[in-house]
Ligand binder design. Sequence first.
Ligand SMILES: *[C@@H]1O[C@H](CO)[C@@H](O)[C@H](O)[C@H]1NC(C)=O
Ligand SMILES: *[C@@H]1O[C@H](CO)[C@@H](O)[C@H](O)[C@H]1NC(C)=O
Ligand SMILES: *[C@@H]1O[C@H](CO)[C@@H](O)[C@H](O)[C@H]1NC(C)=O
Length: 433
Amino acid sequence: MLVLLLLLRVEPALPTATVPEHSSQWMRRLALADADPAPCDAQCQDAQRRALSQLFAAWSGPAWTRRANWLSPDVPVCAWEGVVCCGGPTAEQGGGDAGGGEAACAGKGEGGVLGLSLAGNNLTGDVTAAVAWGALATLRVLEVDGNRLYGSLSRWCAAGGGGGLAALPRLRYLGLAANQLTGGLAEVAGWGGAGAGPASLPPQLGSGSVPAPPGPASSGARVPAAAALSAGARRSLAAGLGAAGGGPPVLTALLAAGNRLGGPLPVGLMRQPALQYLDLSGNSLTGPLPAELFAGAAANRLRSVRLAGNQLGGPLPELPEGADVAAELNHLDISRNRLEGPLPPYLARLASLSYLDASHNVLLSGPVAPLLRPLAPLLAALSTLMLRNNSLGGTLPAVLRGPQLQYLDLAFNNLTGNFPSTVIPQLHAAWSG
Ligand SMILES: *[C@@H]1O[C@H](CO)[C@@H](O)[C@H](O)[C@H]1NC(C)=O
Ligand SMILES: *[C@@H]1O[C@H](CO)[C@@H](O)[C@H](O)[C@H]1NC(C)=O
Ligand SMILES: *[C@@H]1O[C@H](CO)[C@@H](O)[C@H](O)[C@H]1NC(C)=O
């Protein structure tokens, strides 16, 4: 199979299904894991109802595809379609994006709102419109992907009269993909304490606060149910998330692909104390990749970073020789940018990296061999390496030993020599000199 594929410039079948762990369903589940219904007294109920009514008006509610019960005076907001007031069981049912938790929440319909599941619902409007976000302070999941929301993300994030998103201290999951948001990321980057690394976190958010990353061997396994998160993980999630304190959100997932966001990637974004999933693909970001993206455990908690299709440029950052590298980074897509210069040797030390796509950065140059040394930690975990359409040169190592390696695409580069003789049974490869 390998030999045949090498004869042609193969379009390898891309791994279309992403690792389940990186699915939005998994992330939502994480954000809602063990969320007890938040208490919400009558005054809180009124305030929630007012805020949601404002939101409905500001975002063209009457034109929404799914809007059952919205604004009904006799129906608690927890039974409005897409409003989620229950934790685990709701996430568990998964069925569609419409919350679907009403049954599981029966009898608890008066709680604080934990999630708004309004993806693909024909929402149209300005995200900075006046909505009393502060009245929804129990919100953990805000999901509005695939709508027609516009306006400045920075202004929406800033604390303002209604509080903006900064008034949501428990927000963990922010899904904004495929809208028309503008502005930059400086405000979001300021959340979680400017410059605060995990080292300065309270113990419950320190190591152990996130479920153990599945090792390479289990990365294809089914997503464990939220209930199967380790007891320690659940405890610490509950402790970390349940704190009633104020302050801006401490995000676990920021998913804003396919908008019109611009400006640089702020260092503060990399250093968010709990951020694990970052997707900013298909925006208009400029400037270099911050070194903090690749730097050691003290710098970030990132597991999945998708930045494809922006205008990021310059060389990949340098790290001091022998510096600690990001131990949890598992998925990195920096393809279709304007990155240039050599592939830095520290990439080969990213021991958790299983997916690296740096294709279509025409100026990435230098030898590729250091990444593919048989004993590099990178190769132990890597399942996908896409470096298509760069200017990489040199020869490949004679032996390629990647126990997980399935997709290797080095086509449209400047490589010379022979393909390694060692055949990896599961490998699909595309390579041309
Ligand atoms: C979506 O909303 C717009 C108004 O904001 C409306 O004109 C359009 O008909 C709606 N589309 C659908 C499919 O309901
Ligand atoms: C290589 O990338 C450039 C843009 O960076 C693109 O225009 C070109 O079509 C790509 N070539 C191939 C063979 O994919
Ligand atoms: C490929 O290598 C040749 C010879 O080393 C060099 O002249 C050429 O500029 C390289 N092309 C690219 C696109 O890097």
